[in-house]
Design a protein around this ligand. Structure first.
Ligand code: PLP
Length: 372
């Protein structure tokens, strides 16, 4: 008989409570300086992020979605162009394509839940301009395969790394392979701020020059409007919070990988479950487990059973891939993604979980499958 625990999917107050004193002190410092927009705390965060990712330029952005819009604009995406993107992603990966008047081409994902390079190659037409891989769940896509395709077809790569901060492929960070890469600091992301926030990184000096202007109403260093731009600035206060949290990020990632290892060891052999690659499954990949998304054949029953035992799970994006939102008018058949979407379930994955919590979740899952 299991002793019932209450395990939320995500513990929002825990973003603040454990470090309350330090966070209040740093926020008081920023506020009392009157430093709200484009101040030194933002510059410092951008420098720290660029260093962490080993990339030339980093820009704080208002959020991850609008960072993608600007990245695609830098790739000259416009009407008549096609951008290839996985259907198993947040709508925020796809809206930016539409917003520029271009056509999103949705493709299948592979067994690791990430865009399938074979599907990318098959979807290329004369109109294809950009491949937009999404480093989902804290795992970097197979960028060797995607770079090879892009090179052979003369395409640009723009990376949605909103869920991929800190993950690497062959030692290189998610977000740093293409023309530009974008991140999100939405609270539930592995590096979360206290509201909306995002970033764009690039190794391209010309793209960097554009971002400096485009995120600040098209103004250049002299404050003169030199191009059309928007307001896509990361608040200085959020930047200060993010600098603080970035210092502790490696420890947070280590804990996520530990939890993933616990899930992997306990659940790998459970019949009816298909787990994501484990933390040490392949030397090319260093995964940070933004999410722990697995497939379960009897997903809905398992979910209800866990709920009964106090364990909250989540279906990413309400349990639908982008092509399954009828109102958006996609008329595309993606059988693999459709099947996988009916099986995807995310277990709690965050640094507030104790080993006992994880063990309890595994007990409940084992018990569910044993009684069947
Ligand atoms: C969170 C997320 C975004 C968007 O980020 P926001 O900061 O919320 O705009 C984009 N793509 C993916 C895959 C995400 O998970």
């Amino acid at each position: 008989m299991l002793t019932r625990r209450q395990i939320p999917f995500f513990n929002y107050p825990a973003l603040f409570a454990p470090d309350e004193q330090e966070l209040m002190a740093l926020m008081r410092d920023v506020l009392s300086r009157g430093a709200y927009i484009l101040q030194k705390d933002l510059k410092e965060f951008e420098a720290a992020l660029a260093k962490y990712l080993n990339v030339k330029h980093a820009f704080g952005m208002a959020d991850g979605t609008n960072a993608i819009v600007l990245a695609l604009r830098a790739a000259n995406v416009g009407p008549g162009d096609e951008v290839i993107v996985p259907s198993h992603t947040f709508i925020a990966s796809v809206y930016p394509i539409k917003s520029l008047g271009a056509t999103p081409v949705l493709v299948e994902c592979g067994d690791d839940h990430l865009i399938d390079p074979k599907a990318v190659e098959a979807a290329i037409t004369k109109r294809t301009k950009v491949i937009l891989p999404v480093h989902l769940n804290g795992r970097t896509c197979n960028m060797a395969a995607i770079q090879d395709i892009a090179t052979r077809h003369g395409l640009q790569i723009v990376e949605d790394a909103a869920q991929g901060l800190g993950s690497t492929f062959r030692g290189r960070h998610a977000g740093t392979f293409g023309l530009a890469g974008t991140f999100s600091f939405y609270p539930a992301k592995s590096l979360g701020c206290f509201g909306d926030g995002g970033a764009l990184v690039t190794n391209d000096d010309q793209v960097a020059e554009k971002m400096e202007m485009w995120r600040d109403h098209g103004r250049n260093k002299d404050g003169v409007v030199a191009d059309w731009g928007t307001n896509c600035r990361l608040d200085n206060l959020q930047a200060a919070v993010l600098s603080y949290k970035l210092k502790k990020f490696d420890a947070a990632v280590a804990r996520r990988r530990e939890i993933a290892g616990l899930y992997d060891r306990r659940l790998r052999k459970v019949e009816g479950l298909m787990l994501p690659p484990g933390p040490d499954a392949h030397p090319d990949h260093y995964d940070v487990f933004q999410n722990y998304e697995m497939q379960a054949v009897r997903r809905d029953e398992l979910r209800a059973y866990l709920e009964q035992y106090g364990v909250r799970t989540l279906l990413q994006w309400g349990g639908r891939a982008v092509h399954q939102f009828d109102k958006l008018g996609f008329n595309v058949n993606l059988p693999k993604t459709t099947l996988m979407t009916s099986r995807f379930i995310m277990l709690p994955m965050n640094t507030s979980l104790s080993d006992e919590d994880v063990s309890y979740i595994c007990d409940v899952i084992e018990q569910f499958h044993a009684k069947a």
